[in-house]
Design a protein around this ligand. Structure first.
Ligand SMILES: Nc1ncnc2c1ncn2[C@@H]1O[C@H](COP(=O)(O)OP(=O)(O)OP(=O)(O)O)[C@@H](O)[C@H]1O
Length: 463
């Protein structure tokens, strides 16, 4: 049976031309690419031109010198150029000490001259496997780096200059470094999760995971398995062992979002886990200790819930060592222009639009609006406006529609939620016509319609 050729790329550097040729003829049958070179000085150029999986390197290039000095020099250079490089040394018989020293300095393996082809092949195959793992590790490392960079920028992106937000920033700085449990209160979209992440980023636990759980979205039946994990076979759907969120967050931060939505029966189970600092997987009987920092958030009036006996007081005491209340956007009007400009910057870059700023009238109007969805609503409405506008300075009509014959208070944001398909069609058709100065053919082209179907629509909508 013919052996499958490996996709590996091999580079061999040795001053013995005959050896190189023989090796190439043999190895070409087993690997996708085999390059040979007598001059080690060309290693850097060769490595720039090709990503070699294994580099076979002679330790002694100068005849009658067996110190391996030159080999050590090139080994160093190779690892400097590619820290995931896999180097197999070529050494002379009786030179094992040099080879062992080189392995300590980062070489992977060595082969003795003269070699048996079968042995050489086995060495190269295991070197290739090592190369694969090294590449995977370096990819994971760079992904992790990117991940931390993203988190970093997330923290930098918390916008706010109002006195109430400055107070919030001050509290974050004070509590982040401690292990105190934090409860963040605030309406939907006020930035509770953003603040929770910022606390984690600035804590001693920042290298460990931040694990979020939306307690409002977990069903009672799955609560324990989701939070504490389960053993294979613990219930019908438990096909494998599974770690729960507590274990996943070990050494890091566990973020309980919507904690106010947790039914009373589950509140006691959660309390027990928090009090004991240990959990037991469903179907197991051995408790597992967990080391987590807890941050919780809710948009409910949790203190009111205590009066109404819908939230356990002892659980509240467990989770609210420090309480942070995020004010609704309507109560921090001075933050609206900077937040809006921040989102205009982000989305005009994202959608490659030349939008310079927000008009004065628009800013005033935004400051009067009540923002029930807070910053999330502001963010989404700016994104939508940036996509739809043909102005370079955003205007009131880009964000707001005045409901006909409705008093000022009932004005509303232009929102897809309030539109049906016909309304959206009308808006798009008007925009395309405006953009092309009423030129039907061009507008139809932009809309992906034929001229006659655009005419039909104009008639139907009375445009
Ligand atoms: N101060 C801020 N600066 C910049 N962006 C913010 C700020 N606060 C919130 N945001 C953005 O607004 C959006 C909503 O924030 P976040 O999800 O943190 O709110 P939340 O209070 O947790 O919402 P919910 O209660 O609905 O879960 C996110 O995209 C977030 O990045």
């Amino acid at each position: 049976m013919k052996e499958q050729k490996s996709s590996g790329k091999i580079l061999i550097i040795d001053d013995n031309e005959d050896l190189l040729k023989a090796a190439k003829i043999y190895l070409k049958r087993h690997f996708a690419q085999v390059d040979i070179e007598t001059n080690p000085g060309l290693i850097p150029i060769l490595m720039v031109n090709e990503q070699y999986d294994v580099i076979m390197l002679d330790m002694n290039f100068t005849k009658d010198v067996s110190s391996g000095q030159e080999g050590f020099y090139w080994l160093d250079r190779i690892l400097e150029i590619d820290s995931s490089a896999v180097v197999v040394l070529i050494t002379a018989y009786g030179d094992v000490n040099t080879a062992v020293k080189a392995i300590k300095e980062g070489a992977t393996d060595f082969v003795l001259k003269p070699w048996e082809n079968e042995k050489l092949l086995a060495t190269l195959h295991s070197a290739l496997k090592l190369r694969e793992s090294k590449l995977q590790i370096s990819q994971l490392k760079s992904q992790q780096q990117q991940f931390f960079q993203d988190l970093d920028s997330k923290f930098k992106d918390i916008i706010g200059q109002s006195p109430s937000m400055i107070k919030v920033f001050d509290t974050i700085e004070r509590v982040a470094g401690t292990d105190a449990n934090v409860l963040i209160l605030g309406e939907n979209g006020t930035g509770k999760e953003l603040i929770a992440r910022a606390i984690h980023r600035n804590s001693k636990r920042h290298r460990a995971p931040f694990v979020g759980v939306d307690l409002g979205a977990i069903t009672s039946t799955l609560f324990e398995s989701e939070l504490f994990g389960h053993k294979k076979g613990a219930f019908t759907d438990a096909k494998d062992d599974r770690t729960g969120r507590f274990e996943q967050a070990n050494s890091g931060t566990l973020f309980f979002d919507e904690i106010g939505n947790l039914p009373m029966a589950l509140q006691s189970k959660l309390l027990a886990a928090l009090q004991n600092r240990e959990i037991t997987r469903v179907g197991a009987n051995k408790p597992i200790p967990v080391d987590i920092r807890l941050i919780s958030a809710t948009n409910m009036s949790i203190h009111q819930m205590i009066h109404e006996s819908t939230f356990r007081q002892d659980l509240l005491y467990r989770i609210n060592t420090i309480e942070i209340t995020l004010p609704p956007l309507r109560d921090r009007q001075e933050d609206i222009p900077i937040l809006a400009n921040h989102f205009v910057d982000i989305y005009s870059k994202k959608y490659q639009k030349e939008i310079r700023k927000l008009g004065e009238g628009l800013i005033k109007r935004m400051q009067k609006y009540h923002w029930p969805g807070n910053i999330r609503e502001l963010q989404h409405s700016i994104e939508r406006a940036v996509i739809m506008t043909s102005h370079s300075v955003l205007q009131q009509e880009d964000l707001f529609v005045q409901k006909q014959s409705a008093p000022e208070k009932q004005e509303d944001l232009v929102s897809l939620e309030h539109l049906n398909i016909e309304d959206v069609e009308k808006i798009l058709i008007r925009k395309a016509l405006q953009k092309h100065n009423g030129h039907i053919t061009r507008a139809a082209e932009e809309l992906g319609l034929t001229r006659s179907s655009l005419y039909r629509r104009l008639e139907r909508y009375g445009l």
